[in-house]
Design a protein around this ligand. Sequence first.
Ligand code: NAP
Ligand code: F7E
Length: 340
Amino acid sequence: MKKALITGISGQDGSFLTELLLHKGYEVHGIVRRSSTEHRERIAHLEEHDKFILHYGDLSDYVSLMSIVGSVLPDEIYNLAAQSHVGVSFDVAEYTADVDAMGVLRILECVRNAGLTDSCKIYQASTSELYGRVEEKPQSELTPFHPYSPYAVAKQYGYWIVKEYREAYGMFCCNGILFNHESERRGESFVTRKITLAVSRIKKGIQSRLYLGNLSSKRDWGYAKDYVECMWRMLQQDKPDDFVIATGRQHSVREFCERAFHYAGIDLEFTGKGLNEKGIDKNSGRVLVEVDPGLYRPTDVVDLLGNPDKAKQKLNWNPDRTSFDELVRIMVDYDMQMKY
Ligand code: NAP
Ligand code: F7E
């Protein structure tokens, strides 16, 4: 029986990956942080499983990580833990660097110090944010990076230290350069979930308006449940390598909004420009979406579109598994059933 260790197990991706690995017969160990209120909704349904074991630790604390890696002796580590919010990284830049950059180094060193250099495979959650102020379109494994936020700069260190340890010590470690992937479990402050939750609350009459930042920003959005399978497939290859995972399709925040409201039976029309742009319900004439300049980022990444060809060929990745429309529908359906 293989043993996997997942950092960030309580997050969106960690929860889907845990389900996948348990289904495949793995013993799954996860690292969770202590907090004053428990917030493990995404993995609560797994806690009775006899092959699901949680450990307290923190990516900023080498001692806790070393103790966990040294006792679990995992065959595979999925390093998903991160301060993952790009906007927040401008406010907590030092902490973001500690966890998203140094945290990766700590994991790699734990593996070496536990004597697992030749046996333990490592997945590092790299990101399309590395392309930042994009230098070509679409973005592939060969596109130069131009990170454009404290989050992306920290993740850039993580990306390169993984490559360095692969070459220097022959470790099996891979970067998954994942483009945005969303789901009904997405954190509520990311733009897609913020929109689908607002659609549900507006429909139920408990919210009157949705405030957003840059409506023109474009993303290549996929479904998280599909993407975690690629993480696993990367570690089943004969040789370690880095892969872009994306759908190869791009939509703006404005389009996501239109689609989500439409699916809930509201036809939105956007009028005006810049700060004066508004999303208006065509039927009632009510303003439902407005721009809040406070939500603009000091530097914003606005044009992400991935080229998933390498993953299609080598990982048998199907970028059409869940369409953009289906993704929006899954998220709106879920949020419409929420009890507030
Ligand atoms: P998420 O929902 O925000 O989950 C992040 C996880 O990391 C949570 O379990 C969180 O624990 C944990 N964590 C944060 N700081 C930690 C620390 N100091 N020590 C230990 N654990 C810590 O993120 P996600 O969307 O699942 O993304 C997973 C990974 O992929 C992240 O590294 C993210 O940067 C990267 N990524 C995400 C996307 C995407 O579109 N989702 C795309 C590319 C890359 P708490 O529950 O205690 O907060
Ligand atoms: O923003 C714009 C915002 O916060 C997307 C993380 O998982 O994916 C995620 O990072 C875009 C940006 O995701 C609001 O300015 C407009 O241009 O949903 P987001 P992100 O920044 O792309 C990458 C791949 C990761 O690696 C990260 O971990 O939408 N936007 N209005 C807004 N964004 C937010 N959050 N809230 C708004 O009101």
